[in-house]
Design a protein around this ligand. Structure first.
Ligand code: NOJ
Ligand code: CA
Length: 555
């Protein structure tokens, strides 16, 4: 199902992340679930996305809301059953939508039977499935810190050793140097691929391997927490992880057209070189996240630098990804916009991720302009939010219920939802956005449709077009077709330059749509504005004539 050049859905498509607890609640318990998602597939089809990535749906005691798995082959009862999942998969595939699962295997839950067995005694058969060690000088084995705060080693009084946890103490790190752990992972991956899932998002892939000698991390001067005052060269980012990723890739490649996207997490400003290394020149991850774009300031220079750096470090065998939001970050419009410019900036942000060379990942609700919710202390759920309160570190604000309508609880659930709904839901909701031709949702749909209709937007090369202050410009080129994108990051009109020697047909423009065509040369881009234009002869275009037919996934 690839194009002539062999490009596949994960390069051609748009991927939409769903946080299952918060998308749609089908049984009125206030928690989103799989049947809820199935019930909203038509919405996703109409939006035009090609795949959804589900944050974890496995059974979990939910210390980290599913990122602490206690059974890799099951479905959390609050989300439904395996049958519900099979229905979701079949219904999604029937609409041409793939499903990517979150695979959280740097660590398991401390309640996973593997860890229960592993911690039962020093001689347990599964002892070396996790990372156990004696202390040093009466303290933990080394100076490693947990990324969620506190030391990374937990003392187990019963077996009188420490175990490693890079995140919560309820998330013991698996020992990926143990071939039996690899075998168990392979079995899990194979099992889900046989069920028919289209790929996996690998949680914190750059954490999987730790230094064999457990050396102390070097320290550095600046940083808010002890964790931030270390250089993470021994507790993560080990170069040998790339070999592990090659092996995972070879495993997944036994099934056709499946995809691995890895979260290569690095603190702001991101680390494109590190993320790029996980592609192993086409033999590693199909896709990797680098969060440089997400961590950029709202300026043409910052975004331009992040994009160019990512383009520069990726060899031709590697395909970029772009995202401006996920379940760990503040929502895009809460980070970048104010009441005055939100509507316009939402369009600029959408145009950015949807017209770059690479696979766009959207985060649920961003297409209607959902904002962070101020969650009162009494309703905090995220362990980070609770332990760092009142610092705004928690991730609950960006995980609140999808706003479907102006009905009670935003149409998410008849019951009080697990996290509060944003008070703006009567204005910001899907129903209203669908009815409003000028809504952000319509703009997302228009741009996604444009990507479908214009192969140059999906496949074209990327070249920066130098511009004056405030404007980011680039050209996408493919088989003689050329599209220019101009994005004004300032809240005042800015001059910009379109290449001369061509007449440009406007494909999409925010707010006012002044003309159908513009000549090359200097033009003005309106405040917080977008202009997407295609070079070419002045004949009329039949919409959709070049478009890809959307067909069901044949599995
Ligand atoms: C990264 C995930 O995105 C985050 O939500 C989670 O808390 C940590 N990994 C630990 O699994
Ligand atoms: Ca439910």
């Amino acid at each position: 199902m690839g194009d002539d050049a062999g490009r596949l859905w994960w390069q051609e498509g748009v991927i939409y992340q769903i946080y299952p607890r918060s998308f749609a609640d089908s049984n009125g318990d206030g928690v989103g679930d799989l049947r809820g998602i199935t019930g909203r597939l038509d919405y996703l089809r109409d939006l035009g996305v090609d795949a959804i990535w589900l944050s974890p749906i496995n059974p979990s005691p939910m210390f980290d809301f599913g990122y602490d798995v206690s059974d890799y082959l099951g479905i959390a009862p609050e989300f439904g059953t395996l049958d519900d999942f099979r229905v979701l998969l079949a219904e999604a595939h029937a609409r041409g939508i793939r499903i990517v699962l979150d695979l959280v295997m740097n660590h398991s839950s401390h309640l996973h039977p593997w860890f229960v067995e592993s911690s039962s005694s020093r001689t347990s058969d599964k002892r070396d499935w996790y990372i156990w060690h004696d202390g040093r000088n009466g303290g933990p084995p080394n100076n490693w810190q947990a990324s969620f705060g506190g030391g990374a080693w937990e003392w187990d009084e019963a077996s009188r050793q420490f175990y490693l946890h890079s995140f919560l103490r309820e998330q013991p790190d698996l020992n990926w140097r143990n071939p039996r752990v690899k075998q168990a992972a392979e079995d899990i991956v194979a099992w889900w691929l046989d069920v028919g899932v289209d790929g996996f998002r690998l949680d914190v892939i750059n954490w999987f391997l730790k230094d064999e000698q457990l050396r102390d991390n070097p320290t550095k001067l600046l940083g808010r927490r002890p964790y931030d005052r270390q250089k993470h060269v021994y507790d993560r980012n080990r170069p040998e992880t790339v070999d592990l990723v090659r092996w995972l890739r070879a495993t997944v490649d036994r099934w056709p057209e499946r995809m691995l996207v890895g979260e290569v997490y690095n603190e702001p400003p991101g680390n494109p070189e590190l993320s790029a290394s996980y592609y192993a020149d086409g033999a590693g991850l199909h896709l990797a996240f680098d969060f440089s774009l997400l961590f950029s300031g709202w300026s043409a220079d910052d975004f331009g630098r992040a994009i160019d750096a990512w383009e520069d470090v990726l060899s031709p065998a590697c395909w970029p990804t772009y995202t401006l939001g996920n379940h760990d970050q503040r929502r895009v419009l809460s980070r970048y916009a104010s009441d005055a410019n939100r509507a316009a900036r939402g369009r600029v942000a959408a145009a950015l991720v949807l017209t770059l060379r690479g696979t766009p990942f959207l985060y649920y609700g961003e297409e209607i302009g959902m904002l962070d919710v101020k969650v009162p202390r009494s309703r905090l759920q995220d362990p980070l939010g609770k332990s760092y309160w009142p610092l705004p570190v928690g991730r609950d604000p960006a995980r609140t219920p999808m706003q479907w309508s102006a009905e009670a609880n935003a149409g998410f659930s008849p019951a009080e939802p697990w996290l509060p709904v944003h008070p703006d839901f009567a204005e910001i909701n899907v129903e209203r956005a669908e009815a409003d031709p000028a809504s952000l949702l319509r703009w997302y749909r228009e741009l996604i449709r444009l990507r479908r209709d214009e192969p140059v937007l999906r496949r074209g090369s990327y070249r920066r077009l130098p511009q004056g202050t405030g404007v980011l410009g680039y050209v996408r080129e493919h088989e003689g077709e050329r599209v220019a994108v101009l994005l004004n990051f300032e809240s005042r009109p800015r001059p910009a330059v379109l290449p001369t020697g061509a007449s440009w047909r406007v494909l999409a423009a925010s707010a006012r749509r002044p003309r159908d065509r513009v000549a090359g040369g200097t033009i003005e881009v309106e405040a917080d504005g977008v202009l997407i234009a295609k070079a070419g002869a002045p004949q009329a275009r039949t919409l959709g004539s070049e478009g890809r037919a959307r067909s069901a996934v044949g599995r």
